[in-house]
Design a protein around this ligand. Sequence first.
Ligand code: PLP
Length: 411
Amino acid sequence: MARLNENYLKLPGSYLFAEIAKRVAVFKSENPHADVISLGIGDVTKPLVLSVVEAIRKAADEMGNEKTFRGYGPEQGYDFLAEKIIRHDYNSRGIELSRDEVFISDGAKSDTANFQEIFGQDNTVAVTDPVYPVYVDSNAMAGRLGDYDSSTGKWTNLVYLPCTADNGFVPALPDKKVDIIYLCYPNNPTGTVLTKEQLKVWVDYARENKAVILFDAAYEAYVTEKDIPHSIYEVEGAKDVAVEFRSFSKIAAFTGTRCAYTVVPKSVVAYTQKGEAVSLNKLWNRRQTTKFNGTPYIVQRGAEAVYSEEGQKQIREVISYYMENAKIIRSGIESLGLSVYGGINAPYIWLKTPAGYDSWQFFDKLLKEAFVVGTPGVGFGPSGQGYLRLTAFGSRENTEKAIERIKNLKF
Ligand code: PLP
C-alpha cells in the first residue's frame, strides 16, 4: 500500500495567488469591459536584454554544431559563469569565495525550498513574518513545523519574527532558541531592508547559538542606498553561519529563462547528534549531484552576458525603469495620506490599508473600484494583516494609470 507524506495534507488549501486569480476572474466575468491592471504578481514585464539574447543565440548555435555540442554539464554550473559571479558580485565588495562554494541552479525558488533537506527534522525554524511562502511550505512538507492552525494562520512549531510598522520592519531576536533562520533582504513582500548593523545582530545570534542563516538576496540589485548591504557576507563573521541565495530572475528578466545560484561557504556547519560539525557545502554538493543535472549551458551563457559591460549597462537601465515605477507608486500612495514602506531599495511597495479595511477588504476595493490588482499582505503571514503589496514590475503606462485611479478612491 502506497502511503502518503501526510505533511502535504496539512498545508492550507488555497495558495495565495490562486485565490487572487479566482477573485480577478470572477470580477472580469462580471465586468467584461473593465481594464484591469495587475500590480500584484512579482513577475517582470521587460524582456531579456540584448546582450543576453545574443549570448543565448550564440550558445544555441554551438549546441546545434557537432564540434561544439555539449551534453550534461557540471551539476554545480560551469566555471565561466561561477568565476564571473565571484569576481563581480563578491570580490568587488571585498568578499573572497572559492569556486566550489558557488552552486549554479535553475532558480532561487527551488534552492530555497530544497536547502532544508540537508537539516535534521528536529531543528527549530524561524521566519520573518510576513514572508516569501516557499520557506514555510517547504519546511511544512518536510514535517518540521507541526500543525497548521487556521484560526491564527500559524504553524505550531514555527517561530514567527513579526516585521511591522511598529518595529520599523526590523525583526527582533526570538525569545526561544532557534536553529535555522530565513532572512530575505531586500525583503519580499515588504520591500524593506536591514542595515549592516541590524544584520550583524542576526549573524552574532547565529554564531552564539550554532544556528544557520538562510539568506535570500534575490533582490540585491535593487539596493540603491549606499550603507545597505548587498550580501550578508559584507557582515563580519557571516561566512561561518550563512548560506546566500541569489537569482537572475528579477535582475535580468530570467523568470522564464531560469538561472540562480547559491553560495555555501565551506565554513558553514551543522551538527550531528553526537555534536560533530559537518560542512554544509559538502552535503549540498552531495544533494545537488544526486538530484540535479545542472542548469542548461545555453542559459548559463545568457547569465554570463549579464556581467559584460554592455550587459550591466542594459540591466541597470531596466532596474532604473522599475525603480522609477516604484517612486511613482510610493508618492501616489503617500499623497492619499496612507503609510507606505519599501520601494526605495526594492521593487515592492508595502502599504498600510486605510482604517476599517483589512488586507482582503482593501484588495477587493482596489479591484472593484480602481480595477487594480494588488496582493493582500495577510497572504504572506499573520503580521501582513492590514497591509497590501504593490509591485513596480508593470509598464510605466499601467503603473501611472493604476495610481491615478487609486488616487481617486474615497475611503
Ligand atoms: N526568493 C524570493 C524572495 C522571491 O521573491 C522569488 C521570486 O519571486 C524567488 C526567490 C524565486 O526566484 P527564482 O525565479 O530564481 O526561482
